[in-house]
Write a protein that binds this ligand. Structure first.
Ligand code: FAD
Length: 437
């Protein structure tokens, strides 16, 4: 059911045809849907309550973390057997094109994402604690830490007293996995002032050549026998590529980045660059603006109402791409009664059939197969990514869904949520603009 109608709203002064596509959400799915739509020549307005989860994720792209061999081939095989999975719904072409076009977009905004060299296998990248995660794509700084063919030794650099990365602990955990790693703690210029900095604050210091020089001077003498040198992912915010190359040059060894606690600097860099790119292309980008409901006439959405100060504003568009995230993004809501719903259009949501909310979770918090609420809550869509009603018919002709809010997978445990965000964003744009016919 649509939410109760607000008492007042004003209509945005633009004529009805001002926008071809409204994208709701500024997570990976929403941002990339907006990019794909702009690239296809559409007039786009992106509206989001806030940034998405990329601000707290490591910054890499998991396409299928479990794949042992060629990732794309394994996803294809899986999707063929599981047509209800979002990869199955989006189809092979969308998966491949979504990833390729994402890579091209990151290249265009100056933050290229890289694949493992030579083959289509996953990289093996370090986590904050010295664990190893298999991922397919990562920004250049993280990708330079691929441990696949590592010979070592690896030098991990931390900042003495900084609360967000413990190089000793990470190195010890790598050694436990057979990787020759050691740690070095270097001094920030004024430790009392810096210990509590957020990763983003520290990253802005690394934009300064003088700051980098002071850091590199402390590392270089200890790096002579190191194969490469890992830093927490704070190597520059606005000038990251230069910071990375400059540090590698001064230290005399390849430098790589390791994900930190939030905020995720790789995620912030990408979000900022994509936003600026969209604005340069003439797209409208409103972040900090909650959509309160979709406005529906018959079986079409004619626009969305956005919260403004004291009233709502109606923005019209021919198509709407809903990329509002799942349970943790605001796209799907729940309450203490166990009800699960989609708040903007009242779209039907698949949810676990349980008698009590306690059954949403197993007793074991970290259970490998994941909890019922995460695997089973989401929007059921057709192969055009239109949300479906209980009888399997599209609810609305011109509304498409992408990203974590889709049913058919577990975004917390399946290791493919980011690949799904890209594949479904691509597919949603293709169907909205009639490019797949
Ligand atoms: C800490 C962490 C680590 C992760 N690690 C991995 C990993 O290693 N591999 C992996 O595959 N996945 C991982 N994930 C999951 C993955 O990152 C997400 O599934 C993916 O980023 C979701 O993207 P999305 O665009 O669908 O949704 P989100 O990023 O949740 O974006 C939803 C957007 O919708 C907006 N929105 C919601 N409601 C409204 C409204 N009413 N009006 C306007 N805007 C609205 C929000 O503000 C937000 O911008 C991780 C997630 C977290 C939190």
């Amino acid at each position: 059911m649509p939410a109760a109608k607000p008492e007042r709203h004003s209509v945005a002064s633009h004529p009805a045809a001002e926008t071809d596509v409204i994208v709701i959400g500024a997570g990976l799915a929403g941002l990339m849907a907006a990019v794909f739509a702009v690239e296809a020549g559409a007039r786009v307005r992106l509206i989001a309550q806030g940034w998405g989860q990329q601000l707290v994720t490591p910054g890499w792209i998991s396409v299928c973390d479990r794949a042992e061999d060629d990732v794309i081939a394994e996803v294809r095989g899986y999707a063929a057997l599981h047509p209800e999975h979002p990869y199955g719904r989006a189809g092979d072409d969308a998966m491949v094109n979504g990833l390729e076009r994402f890579r091209a977009a990151t290249e265009a905004v100056g933050l290229p994402y890289e694949l493992r060299r030579k083959d289509g296998h996953n990289m093996r990248l370090m986590t904050l604690l010295g664990g190893i995660q298999r991922v397919m794509l990562a920004p250049r700084g993280l990708a330079a830490g691929d441990l696949t063919d590592v010979r070592g030794p690896i030098l991990l650099v931390g900042f003495a007293g900084w609360r967000d990365f413990f190089a000793d602990l990470a190195a010890a955990n790598l050694r436990r996995q057979g990787i020759d790693a050691r740690a070095l703690a270097i001094q920030l210029p004024d430790p009392d002032r810096y210990w509590d900095l957020w990763p983003g604050d520290l990253a802005r210091h690394f934009d300064s050549a003088l700051f980098r020089e002071a850091m590199a001077r402390q590392v270089a003498p200890h790096a002579r026998d190191a194969e490469r040198v890992g830093f927490p992912a704070v190597l520059g915010m606005d000038d990251h590529p230069r910071a990375l190359d400059d540090l590698s040059g001064q230290i005399g060894r390849p430098v790589f980045e390791i994900p930190t606690l939030p905020e995720s600097v790789p995620g912030v860099r990408l979000s900022n660059r994509l936003r600026r790119w969209l604005l340069r292309q003439g797209a409208r980008v409103q972040i900090g603006h909650p959509v309160v409901r979709g406005v529906v006439e018959g079986r079409r959405c004619v626009g969305v109402e956005v919260q403004s100060l004291g009233h709502t504003t109606l923005f019209r568009a021919d198509h709407v791409i809903l990329a509002t995230g799942g349970l943790y993004g605001g796209g799907i809501e729940t309450d203490e009664s166990g009800r699960v719903w989609e708040p903007l259009f009242g779209l039907p949501v698949l949810a676990p059939e349980v008698t009590s909310r306690a059954e949403w979770y197993y007793d074991d918090l970290l259970i490998e197969r994941g909890h019922p609420i995460h695997r089973q809550a989401g929007l059921r869509v057709n192969t055009r990514l239109q949300p479906l009603d209980e009888s399997g018919e599209p609810v609305l002709e011109n509304v498409y869904a992408a990203g974590q809010m889709l049913a058919g997978f577990n975004p917390l445990t399946d290791g493919c949520a980011e690949g799904i965000a890209l594949a479904t964003a691509y597919k949603a744009v293709q169907t909205a603009l009639g490019l797949d016919e």
